[in-house]
Design a protein around this ligand. Structure first.
Ligand code: CA
Length: 239
C-alpha cells in the first residue's frame, strides 16, 4: 500500500508541483491550503503517514497547526516535516520544540525533499505492520510496544513523536553506553546534513519532559552527549 502524504501549504503553485512529484514517486497525496483544513484532513478517515507543513499559512501559523496535531491522540504521532522560509533559524528551533520531526528551508531541492521523506517514512515503518503482533518490552516504569510504537509510563500512555520514540528506543537498545550527539544524529536521524547537535538536545529535552519519572534515566554528559541508565531503579521496599 502506498504512503499517504498530506500537504498543508497555501502556495498553490508549490502544492501543484509537490503533488505532481510525489504522485510520480507513488505516494498518495492530499492537500489543504489552510491550517484548519489540514488539521481536519489529518483527523479524517485516511490518516496521513506524513505531513508536509508550511510555517506561514493564512489562518494559523504552522507552529500552531503542529501544536494542535501533537495535542490530539489520533494525530499526535504522525511525522511532520516543516517547510520554513529561508534562514529562519528561530523558526527552525520553534518547529522542533513543537514536535516537528524535520524541516526544510524554502527554496528546497525536490531531490533533497524526497530523500528526507523517504528517510522519515523508513524510520516510522513498522507502526502499521504491527497491529495484532505486539512486541512488549519493559524497563522499570517504562512499558513499550515496539512494533505498535506505543509507550506507557507507570501505566499511563504517553504520545511521542516519531523522533522521540526512535530516540527512546535507541537509548533502550544501548543502555549504559555513552551516546555522543554525532552518533545520535547518525543513528536516530539517519543523516547529518543541516541538523545541528542543538537539535539533539532539544529532542532529548522534550523526550525527558514527556516521560516523567523515566526522564531521569537519561543522564547528560556535559560536552559529550547522553547515557541511559543500565538498570531500572529498584522499586521502593524491594531488597
Ligand atoms: Ca505560506
Amino acid at each position: 500500500m502506498s504512503h499517504h502524504i498530506l500537504l498543508i501549504e497555501d502556495e498553490s503553485d508549490l502544492v501543484q508541483t509537490l503533488r505532481y512529484r510525489l504522485e510520480k514517486e507513488g505516494y498518495q497525496v492530499s492537500a489543504s491550503l489552510t491550517g484548519q483544513g489540514g488539521i481536519a484532513l489529518a483527523q479524517g478517515a485516511e490518516r496521513p503517514d506524513l505531513i508536509l507543513l508550511d510555517l506561514m499559512l493564512p489562518d494559523l501559523p504552522g507552529t500552531e497547526v503542529c501544536r494542535q496535531l501533537r495535542a490530539e491522540k489520533s494525530t499526535g504521532a504522525i511525522p511532520v516535516l516543516m517547510l520554513t522560509a529561508k534562514g529562519h533559524e528561530i523558526d527552525r528551533v520553534v518547529g522542533f520544540e513543537l514536535g516537528a520531526d524535520d524541516y526544510m528551508a524554502k527554496p528546497f531541492s525536490m531531490r533533497e525533499l524526497l530523500l528526507r521523506i523517504r528517510a522519515i517514512l523508513r524510520r516510522s515503518k513498522g507502526r502499521k505492520a504491527s497491529a495484532g503482533n505486539p512486541t512488549w518490552r519493559g524497563f522499570g516504569p517504562i512499558k513499550v510496544d515496539e512494533a505498535g510504537r506505543q509507550i506507557w509510563i507507570e501505566g499511563e500512555e504517553v504520545v511521542l513523536t516519531m523522533i522521540e520514540f526512535n530516540l527512546l528506543m535507541h537509548f533502550l537498545n544501548n543502555k549504559g553506553q555513552v551516546q555522543t550527539r554525532d552518533a545520535l544524529l547518525a543513528q536516530v536521524w539517519g543523516y547529518r546534513e543541516g541538523v545541528s547537535s542543538r537539535t539533539v538536545d532539544t529532542h532529548v529535552k522534550r523526550l525527558r519532559a514527556k516521560i516523567g519519572i523515566a526522564g531521569t534515566f537519561i543522564e547528560t554528559l556535559r560536552g559529550v552527549g547522553y547515557r541511559f541508565r543500565r538498570q531500572p531503579p529498584t522499586p521502593k521496599g524491594a531488597s
